[in-house]
Design a protein around this ligand. Structure first.
Ligand SMILES: Cc1cc2nc3c(=O)[nH]c(=O)nc-3n(C[C@H](O)[C@H](O)[C@H](O)COP(=O)(O)O)c2cc1C
Length: 140
């Protein structure tokens, strides 16, 4: 399976999550490329069987949670009928930001398989189970 992992990251946590996701996808026998949202290869994206899209959690810790840099996420080309997994990284409390990211991706034509925020300090522990769950749910 061909997988593209897209990240929008300011301080590197979501990029690190994307790299770990790419590694886990490859360890399961698939091909993976990890790309920043500002450096996409449209042909590669068009050919992908599965796309992960990730950004960081923006909010006021207790409320107002939303996907960070959403304008940049919205510039990702439409994902008509692509199988997509949404991921985020957060520091304390993600609220419902992952569901909001999923809703944006659905608006852009994605078939969202899963949406989850990962704690920025526990990426190594949280990524493998997330990826395994997503890969189990993919239609091939
Ligand atoms: C303006 C701003 C608002 C944030 N709001 C939240 C928040 O509401 N909840 C939370 O858990 N983390 C919050 N964070 C922390 C980031 O989501 C977290 O550090 C994330 O891993 C950053 O990802 P990045 O390194 O890819 O940019 C906020 C960070 C910034 C800069």
């Amino acid at each position: 399976m061909k997988v593209v992992v897209i990240h929008q990251s300011r301080t590197g946590n979501t990029r690190r999550a994307a790299e770990l996701i790419g590694g886990a996808v490859e360890a399961a026998g698939n091909s993976a490329v990890v790309r920043s949202a500002s450096n996409l290869d449209y042909k590669e994206l068009a050919q992908a069987d599965l796309v992960f899209v990730g950004t960081w959690v923006d909010g006021l810790i207790l409320f107002g949670h939303r996907p960070g840099d959403l304008a940049r996420v919205r510039r990702i080309p439409p994902l008509w009928d692509k199988q997509v997994a949404a991921f985020m990284t957060h520091a304390v409390n993600p609220g419902d930001a992952a569901d909001k990211l999923a809703a944006v991706l659905v608006e852009r034509g994605a078939r969202v398989l899963d949406a989850r925020s990962l704690h920025r300090r526990h990426l190594e522990e949280e990524v493998p189970a997330f990826v395994e769950g997503v890969l189990t749910g993919v239609d091939v």
